[in-house]
Design a protein around this ligand. Structure first.
Ligand code: GRF
Length: 214
């Protein structure tokens, strides 16, 4: 059996995407194993959930470091100590520097709650509602130094329904996040999707891409 990609999930909060990735990786045929969950916040709810699943956890508290660089050097050291191949950001609320992103280039992915390139940054659901867009969704992408601008690995869209508020729309999108993130990690871990010179090289069959379109 080929080795599964040792994957770290970086979180800052409840970790529902983390839970979806852990559940997918319980299947030994899944090409990634979750080797570490790391949080910058000691009180992140996801840490306890991961530990209950028998997964190694680590806290690198950004407040305990004098600057962003020192914080990231420590995160990098922990990832290296755990022999991590791939890093998944899942509700990780720290902006990463080009130093860290370049170090992990092609092996660092993120999930964002909008159909990028629309609604980069925060408060995506409120902004989509204010604009009365007919569809909204989520995107998994390779991380590049420019915020929320990396090449897309997978997206799923949902309708925006009459009467939606931020909570109902967020819940509908989150359901898709939990479907798309495990699929995207599998694609990166298996090498079907790669970052090559800033572009996504994609060996997935066309019907598979359609499945992700939701
Ligand atoms: C998700 O909506 C994700 O797209 C965004 O942060 C949220 C994290 O939620 N980046 P959870 O911690 O995975 O439940």
């Amino acid at each position: 059996m080929t080795a599964r990609a040792r994957t770290a999930i970086l979180i800052s909060g409840r970790g529902s995407n983390m839970t979806a990735l852990i559940a997918a990786a319980k299947d030994t045929a899944y090409p990634a194993e979750i080797a570490l969950v790391l949080s910058n916040r000691p009180d992140a709810g996801g840490l306890q959930r991961a530990a209950a699943d028998g997964i190694a956890t680590a806290v690198v508290d950004h407040k305990a470091h004098p600057d962003r660089e020192a914080f990231e050097r420590e995160v990098d050291a922990v990832l290296t100590a755990h022999r991590i191949d791939i890093v998944c950001l899942a509700g990780f609320m720290r902006i990463l520097t080009p130093w860290f992103i370049t170090r992990w280039e092609g092996r660092l992915i993120n999930i964002h709650p909008s159909l990028l390139p629309d609604y980069k940054g925060l408060h995506t659901h409120a902004r989509a509602l204010a604009d009365r867009v007919p569809r909204h969704g989520c995107t998994v992408h390779f991380v590049v130094p420019e915020l929320d601008a990396g090449p897309t690995i997978a997206q799923a869209s949902v309708p925006v329904l009459p009467g939606d508020d931020e909570a109902t729309l967020a819940a509908r999108v989150l359901e898709q996040e939990h479907r798309v993130y495990p699929a995207a990690l599998a694609d990166v871990a298996s090498g079907r999707v790669r970052l090559v010179e800033g572009q996504v090289a994609d060996d997935r069959p066309a019907e598979y891409a359609r499945f992700l379109a939701g």
